[in-house]
Design a protein around this ligand. Structure first.
Ligand code: ZN
Ligand code: FE
Length: 254
């Protein structure tokens, strides 16, 4: 049976470990030690490493894990990451028979220029592209690109579990409530996520359905979000991509 467990790293990163029987795959291991410790404790074999983008908090442990476990490293074809052995891009299917799992690769530029995500086993590993109630900062891509990337996520089935790489949820909800003060699903979500944090549990995984109800960056066509973005911009915005650009800019200022 497949299990997906968070390995906390640094301040607020999650390294997701997908395990089945004696086999495991690590997603975005920014640090090798906590992953190696977990594998040893649970007597697991590392079958592969999946990287979403080049930032050090996602890739820093990949070279050492590759060396220690002789595991292939999948990563974005359009980014220069020295530990990657298997460059991947949209349209590729990564088959991991020992885990009874396969992942489709999605190109989701915006946070970085070559950012990819992995979709399979009813789960999405989206790195820093999509966060619970938020999305990644635009370091290398345009708002237009990120908006198109998020549209790919929105098109996935509502019950898809969303495994983001950071615990940013409560901060993101605070901003989402400023954008959409009348969203009842958001109020309920804030209550639930506060409870999770106070009990020491991650707020993840989320789901595509919940994000579509509460994440302002996936709600750029909703009248309330459009109105708030227009207020921020100081003039009426009608295009969802413009609405996205405005709320991304607004988020950077709070
Ligand atoms: Zn990043
Ligand atoms: Fe990150």
């Amino acid at each position: 049976m497949i299990e997906i467990v968070p390995i906390p790293a640094f301040e607020d990163n999650y390294i997701w470990l997908i395990r089945n029987g004696t086999d495991a795959v690590a997603v975005d291991p920014g640090d090798a030690d906590p992953v190696a410790d977990y594998l040893q404790l649970h007597r697991l074999r590392l079958n592969a490493i999946l990287l979403t983008h080049h930032h050090a908090d996602h890739t820093g442990g990949a070279a050492e894990l590759r060396r220690r476990f002789d595991a292939p490293v999948y990563g974005p074809r359009r980014e220069a990451i020295s530990s990657v052995t298997h460059p991947a891009r949209e349209g590729d299917l990564i088959d991991l028979p020992s885990l009874e799992a396969a992942f489709q690769v999605l190109d989701v530029p915006g946070h970085t220029a070559g950012h990819i995500a992995y979709y399979g086993i009813n789960s999405l590993f989206c790195g820093d592209a999509l966060f619970a109630c938020g999305c990644g900062r635009l370091f290398e891509g345009s708002a237009q690109q990120m908006h198109a990337s998020l549209a790919k996520f929105s098109a996935l089935p509502d019950d898809t579990k969303v495994y983001c790489a950071h615990e940013y949820t409560l901060e993101n909800i605070r901003f989402a409530r400023v954008v959409e003060s009348g969203n009842a699903a958001l109020v309920e979500r804030e209550h639930n996520e506060r409870e999770a944090i106070s009990q020491g549990r991650p707020t993840l995984p989320s789901s595509i359905g919940l994000e579509k109800l509460t994440n302002p960056f996936l709600r750029c066509g909703e009248p309330a979000v459009m109105a708030a973005a227009s207020r921020f911009a100081g003039h009426p915005l009608a295009e969802p991509a413009e609405v996205f650009a405005a709320i991304r800019q607004w988020r950077d200022q709070v």
